[in-house]
Design a protein around this ligand. Sequence first.
Ligand SMILES: [Fe+2]
Length: 255
Amino acid sequence: MTRLLHFTDMHLRWHQPGSAANPKRASRDMPGALDRLAANIAALAPDILIMSGDILDMPDPVIAGGSPDGRPHDAWMADAIADFQLVKDWFEATGIPYIAVPGNHDHEGAFAAVFGGPPEPRDIAGLRFFSFWDRLAADRQPHRTGARRAMFARALDAPEHDCAQIHIQHYMIDPPTFAKGWHYQYKGAAAMKRDIARSGRVRAVLSGHYHPGSLVADDAVVHSLPPAFCEAPHAFRIYDIDKNGVDVTDQALDR
Ligand SMILES: [Fe+2]
């Protein structure tokens, strides 16, 4: 059996000033929440840790190359890199293998400067992990294109990847979710779901982005999106995976 611990949408700010615009997102409490999560990790003993993006809450103007206030863009970027380093140091201190991917509130270049990338498939504890650093299209619906799309096709079809897989990305494939005027699932998500199921290779598709969370476990593939870690009760999920399937358990720092 392999045990995964998955959390998402932390929206941390520590070196960066301020907090997420939405007051439910407790950006400045997240370093303390990570300390509490570490205590849970010690008790739950997962084989791997997964963080599916929006690690930080970087302001949109900073990600676009500007600044939301009078501070220079470079000062914001330096603070964001220090925040990514804080999170990386926390992962390293757990002593457990981990995979993190950037979300739409993480500047991809700053993320890569700290965590490395672009990602390659990794074999950990009997599973092959594929990370997809996908992006939002101009209409803000996620899409999988270019090198990410090619890696997706190879994962599902190439003979060298004929093994049990976990797919990790910020955006969701299933269920189709429309809220606050936006599509949260990928363009072409129904076809992506069909291709994944047909491959027979993928055990779980682990995502973030839609803060209320979701879970689809109606066939051999689990599509899981834990509620955002930045919001009370600071949820995360455990997956116990063996030949018979995936057992999902909801957890939270505040019970
Ligand atoms: Fe988010």
